[in-house]
Design a protein around this ligand. Structure first.
Ligand SMILES: Nc1nc2c(ncn2[C@@H]2O[C@H](COP(=O)(O)OP(=O)(O)OP(=O)(O)O)[C@@H](O)[C@H]2O)c(=O)[nH]1
Length: 320
């Protein structure tokens, strides 16, 4: 059931927030002037949680962890200026915030430059209360609606983690990003052990609940920025792990096995243990122009097969 909340003059469903686990919209103000931070915060406080950064570097860092819906970005700042900050923000994976430039300059040349840099709008100083509120609430609403629709397309209906379609898109995107940066990209493919027996013993409904609990635990266990948990199909899940090497990834696989076993979800019909476990196949590779993302999947898949063969409830590393 939806409850409703106001953003500016608009009433919107709180389910738009629920997808992100947020309770309200998030607005980030990046401005070196404390006075401007205070003025803008006072004007916008009804619209959501307000966070402030005093310079560009801090703003980029906060944007990475807060995933704000709207960023108000001062153009003239010491150190990195607003255009440089905007460029860095846009390079972040999964960046979806609406950037509104804040500038003392008006005129078409500045407007065009701001929009060319990737901003959705700009606000001129001195601030006009009604104009600031109207512009921010319009972009906040648009950002939430876009985000909500994107989630409907990209999320798995049963478990709430990302779906296979999003996995395919993100793996291709991360592959290109890691090829450019020459960094190692890793993948975990995992499968619930003896899941057919679980369904047969407890029914499909209980099987669905089990998949939800596993997905929730996997999502809680992946904390680094850019890590993406997806339902790969049936009782199989895949996790994309950016900037992760062969040495690191096996440890992560063991950790996932432990986390799921620690749930102690009773499994009434398996030959070895009385609770639900997973098997995990892992792979990590430095992408090259000659290789393709499917090599990463094939290696993780072969490793998953080995983990099953060797007795389940364990993680194996594949060769890619
Ligand atoms: N409840 C439920 N079951 C599903 C869903 N998707 C796939 N399954 C079931 O998952 C089971 C997978 O069975 P198998 O591929 O034989 O694998 P397993 O029994 O887990 O055996 P191992 O992987 O070898 O440990 C099948 O019975 C599917 O019907 C789903 O969305 N909900």
């Amino acid at each position: 059931m939806n409850s409703w909340q106001f953003v500016g003059n608009y009433q919107i469903a709180t389910s738009m927030f629920d997808f992100e686990g947020k309770e309200s919209a998030v607005i980030l103000i990046i401005d070196d002037s404390r006075m401007n931070q205070m003025l803008l915060s006072a004007m916008l406080k009804e619209m959501g949680q307000i966070h402030c950064a005093n310079h560009g570097e801090e703003g980029v860092m906060l944007a990475q962890t807060l995933h704000p819906n709207v960023i108000l970005l001062d153009v003239e700042m010491p150190g990195m200026n607003g255009f440089e900050v905007c460029k860095m923000l846009k390079q972040q994976p999964n960046f979806e915030s609406a950037i509104i430039f804040v500038t003392a300059h008006s005129g078409s040349e500045h407007e065009v430059r701001a929009l060319d840099a990737g901003a959705v709008d700009f606000i001129t100083k001195p601030f006009h209360d009604a104009v600031v509120k109207a512009r921010v609430s319009a972009h906040l609403l648009l950002n939430l609606q876009t985000h909500y629709l994107r989630n409907l397309v990209n999320l798995d209906g049963l478990t709430g983690v990302f779906n296979r379609r999003h996995f395919d898109e993100m793996l291709a995107q991360e592959w290109r990003r890691h090829l450019r940066a020459q960094q190692s990209l890793a993948l975990a493919l995992l499968d619930v052990d003896f899941f057919k027996r679980y369904n047969d013993a407890l029914g499909h409904q209980a099987g669905d609940d089990c998949l939800k609990a596993v997905a929730h635990c996997l999502a809680k266990s992946t904390k680094r920025p850019g890590e993406i948990v997806t339902r790969y199909g049936g009782e199989e899940f895949a996790i994309i792990l950016p900037n992760t090497s062969q040495e690191e990834v096996l440890g992560f696989g063991h950790y996932l096995c432990q986390q799921i076993a620690a749930l102690q979800l009773p499994h009434p019909d398996r030959p070895d243990l009385p609770f639900v476990t997973i098997s995990v196949g892992l792979s990590a590779v430095l992408p090259t122009l000659q290789s393709e993302p499917k090599s990463l999947i094939a290696a993780a898949d072969a490793a998953l097969y080995r983990a099953k063969e060797q007795g389940r409830n364990q993680a194996c590393l594949g060769k890619s």
